[in-house]
Ligand binder design. Structure first.
Ligand SMILES: [Zn+2]
Length: 617
């Protein structure tokens, strides 16, 4: 998931309950349903249900005997690490077999128990209130709906996730349906091979734009609502960006793991202005964006992040999240790898694809460095675990930016240890093959073992202890130079007079004078026009630079001349010298770096080293 970047606001998170120590089945007793088969979901959204912002759901299945059918709804959507309690949106729940109503009650807040009278067909119906503009939820307009399967599709308790299911969408004849789910060939009918697949493929239903192109040899579709919200010119840019970025991502893992990928995007003025959020799935992702950011080329960073997730987290995933369990939080200390390293690769594959310049990559990196610098020191593992409770102290999203920087530092360290023969790409490809391809998740020790192997056996125990499990400041100054990069801290001094000015046609008019401040002490008054400070004309566009050049080395204390115009008089005062110092950080490519460091820097930016070959830029 991604809910923020430098210019995007963060979306809201719900509160989550404390983690249960025991599995749900143990907590609630025998949460096991009698077996059910031939599971099918009919989802109805048309101009009538749209009036009440409702999606009507009918789940039908076959039982082979009488008994209790226990059906549950997830409480969260993977990728959005917060408890959403989707059952709260359900109303008019009912169950029947033929014309007979079946008795039902609840066994927990999101589990229904239905009394099946005997072998036969059972149908469960409910209405789902779809009015939440959130990538993990469901939302309607008079001519459109998007929904997530976690919101609508009940699963039988205690039966595992390996059941096939059919989804039929019932809507207006002129409306469209799009999803990553496989069509059966029948109209608006889809099949999922497991519950995990079923709930990982969101749908658009209604009126929206859709078209497709090729990316990395596979079909790439862009579906956008509302119609016309993304102009043909912007769509062309989006296709162009993704056709360059996806091959760079695929090169890291050695495969494109989908036949068709679908980018689903909703823009709506109800979303916070300037904000953008995305939620990843195995062959699609859903973005919700503020209309004002549509067409902003920086959205490529969000798309690159969500598409990279198709490998990193949807497939290559911490063992704590394998398999997904849908009825309780699933915290992992490795979320910084799933989210932060994904964000690192979003930037990196953008620069490798020439969608951004190296300077753009450095600027994105500095933004992350600043975020971490200004945050309360928080260990990556702790920030990862805390995702589920969304801390209010400003660190709730820290695993993105800090995890991204950890990825950069590890990448450089591996490249340095292997003379650019291997990299973090090597680690991603290695774990993809040794865990995901074998149906497994990866553990913390497998991650660090793979990092160490890529670095020729070098130990990363201290790195882990200090910078991942611990809260030590990141060692930028020792690691960045290995890639010919340097973090520059530039400080500048400016006069601190304790006055505020407002520009008008006559100059810089004093509009506020702080009592007891240097300006006030000197005699500056409201309505004066500030002419010069320290002999430097304030109307000069280079005043700040000139002032810094003149006074940066002057110690505090002493006096400084201040010239003002009052009416027709020109007055010169002597003010106590007081300065404010500000810092600005920049990441720069060092011009006199060693040959090896330049090789590593080029390896990062071009994708050479590790598994990927590319021409030097
Ligand atoms: Zn993400």
């Amino acid at each position: 998931m991604l809910t923020a970047s430098a210019f995007f606001a963060v979306d809201a998170f719900a509160q989550s309950p404390p983690r249960a120590d025991t599995p749900a089945s143990a907590r609630t007793g025998a949460q096991v349903s009698i077996p059910i088969s031939a599971i099918r979901y009919d989802v109805t959204f048309d101009s009538t249900t749209a009036l009440s912002r409702t999606i009507a759901v009918s789940m039908s299945f076959t039982t082979s005997s009488a008994g209790k059918v226990l059906l549950s709804l997830p409480s969260w959507t993977p990728g959005s690490y917060t408890i959403g309690n989707f059952a709260r949106y359900i109303s008019r729940f009912g169950a029947r077999s033929g014309s007979d109503s079946l008795d039902w009650d609840k066994t927990d807040p999101d589990t229904w128990r239905i009394q099946a009278a005997g072998p036969g067909n059972v149908t469960v119906v409910f209405d789902y209130r779809a009015d939440s503009l959130d990538t993990a939820l469901s939302w309607t307009r008079p001519n459109f709906a998007f929904f997530n399967g976690t919101n609508l599709f009940l699963y039988p308790e205690g039966q595992g996730a390996d059941f096939v299911a059919t989804v039929v969408v019932r809507t207006e004849p002129a409306w469209r349906v799009i999803t990553g789910m496989t069509s059966t060939g029948s109209p608006r009918t889809y099949a999922a091979s497991s519950y995990h697949e079923l709930v990982d493929m969101p749908f658009f239903v209604g009126r929206f734009d859709v078209d497709s192109a090729q990316a990395a040899g596979k079909r790439f579709r862009i579906a956008t609502y509302p119609i016309g919200s993304v102009t043909p010119a912007v769509r062309t840019v989006m296709f162009s960006q993704m056709s360059k970025i996806i091959p760079q991502q695929a090169a890291i893992f050695g495969e494109v793991p989908w036949n068709t990928y679908t980018l689903l995007q909703v823009s709506d003025a109800d979303f916070p202005s300037g904000a953008a959020a995305g939620l990843e799935h195995q062959n699609s992702h859903l973005d919700i964006v503020s209309p004002v950011v549509v067409g902003n080329p920086a959205l490529a960073s969000l798309y690159a992040h969500e598409v990279f997730h198709a490998w990193n987290v949807k497939r290559l995933r911490p063992a704590d999240l394998v398999p997904y369990v849908y009825d309780r939080p699933q915290p992992t200390p490795l979320l910084w790898i799933s989210e932060g390293v994904t964000d690192y690769y979003a930037d990196l594959t953008e620069v490798r694809a020439r969608v951004i310049t190296p300077e753009g990559f450095y600027a994105a990196t500095i933004g992350k460095i600043e975020t971490v610098r200004q945050a309360i020191p928080t260990a990556l593992e702790d920030a990862s675990l805390s995702a589920w409770i969304s801390p209010v102290n400003g660190t709730s999203d820290l695993y993105y930016d800090k995890g991204s920087l950890a990825g950069l530092l590890l990448d450089i360290a591996i490249r340095d240890a292997s003379d650019n023969q291997r990299s973090l790409d090597t680690v991603m490809r290695d774990l993809y093959g040794t865990t995901y391809k074998r149906g497994l998740g990866f553990s913390n020790s497998e991650w660090w073992a793979s990092v160490s192997r890529a670095a020729g056996g070098r130990s990363f125990a201290e790195f882990e202890r200090r910078y991942v499990d611990g809260r030590d400041p990141f060692p930028y100054d020792s690691i960045l130079p290995l890639a010919g990069l340097r973090l520059l801290v530039e400080s500048s001094v400016q006069p601190s007079l304790g006055v505020s000015v407002s520009a008008d046609e006559q100059g810089a008019r004093v509009v506020q004078v702080i009592v007891g401040g240097p300006g006030s002490t000197a005699g500056v008054k409201l309505g004066d026009y500030l002419v010069s400070i320290g002999g430097l004309t304030v109307s000069d566009p280079t005043f700040a630079q000139k002032f810094n050049d003149k006074y940066a080395a002057v110690p505090p204390g002493g006096t400084i001349p201040v010239q003002v115009r009052r009416g027709t008089e020109m007055l010169t005062f002597t003010a106590p010298a007081k300065f404010t110092t500000s810092e600005r950080r920049r990441l720069i490519a060092v011009t006199n770096a060693t040959v090896k460091a330049v090789r590593i820097r080029n390896g990062l930016l071009n994708g050479a080293g590790g598994v990927v070959g590319a021409a030097p830029r």
